[in-house]
Write a protein that binds this ligand. Sequence first.
Ligand SMILES: Nc1ncnc2c1ncn2[C@@H]1O[C@H](COP(=O)(O)OP(=O)(O)OP(=O)(O)O)[C@@H](O)[C@H]1O
Ligand SMILES: O=P(O)(O)OC[C@H]1O[C@H](OP(=O)(O)OP(=O)(O)O)[C@H](O)[C@@H]1O
Length: 216
Amino acid sequence: MSDILKVAMPKGRIYKKASKLFREAGLDIPEDVDDTRRLVIEVPEAGMEFIMAKPVDVPTYVEYGVADIGIVGKDVLLEEDRDVYELLNLGIAQCRMSVIGLPDWKAGIQQRVATKYPRIASQYFREQGQQVEVIKLNGSIELAPLIGLADRIVDLVETGQTLRENGLVEMTEILDITSRLIANRVSYRMKNARIQALCDALQSVIPSGNEVSAGR
Ligand SMILES: Nc1ncnc2c1ncn2[C@@H]1O[C@H](COP(=O)(O)OP(=O)(O)OP(=O)(O)O)[C@@H](O)[C@H]1O
Ligand SMILES: O=P(O)(O)OC[C@H]1O[C@H](OP(=O)(O)OP(=O)(O)O)[C@H](O)[C@@H]1O
């Protein structure tokens, strides 16, 4: 196995925070890496190769071993349910997943819930003993109750601005979300020293108590 660590990096809002964390941890990631449109980026200074992925696909690349490790939100990790190790809570891209609706929402006979997270939402409502029809959407989830597709939604809330601007209210928080470092099971064993060194370096710059034990 080559000594280069292949890292599935989510494009978008997590990338900026993750690259900042990597730099704080002492990894030499040149500034031009942040602006390129290339999807496979060698970062020899850090002994890494970044695979710039759509966030939802990160666990897939890691499970199949085309990336040794990856960075992904806990929301996507739970929803995708891939066979990977969760190594570290990086504490970045913090938000929460909540049930959201119009202020005058009342439970009807046929309840519909729109979400990007059908697995998490279905499990949540099953546990609550509520029978709902879950409708999968891919973005702008807040539209659904506004235009009558669903009664409620399950979506992420950070500042609450999107809810306020659309006249929606947060009804129940389901999960706290942050980004996680994940690893391929084989890579974790074969490249253990490299991965462990990275975890140690990252842990020195993130709040303590964030390690999630691997091997499960
Ligand atoms: N408003 C938010 N505040 C903080 N973290 C967020 C917020 N929205 C999403 N996240 C976190 O960032 C991750 C990636 O979100 P992002 O919006 O970059 O991706 P996406 O919407 O899946 O991608 P794309 O825009 O390419 O479809 C989410 O899985 C979640 O963990
Ligand atoms: O509480 P806030 O600070 O307003 O953030 C929450 C919003 O951020 C995310 O949307 P995103 O920007 O990823 O757009 P999308 O829904 O189209 O994916 C999320 O789905 C919420 O809509």
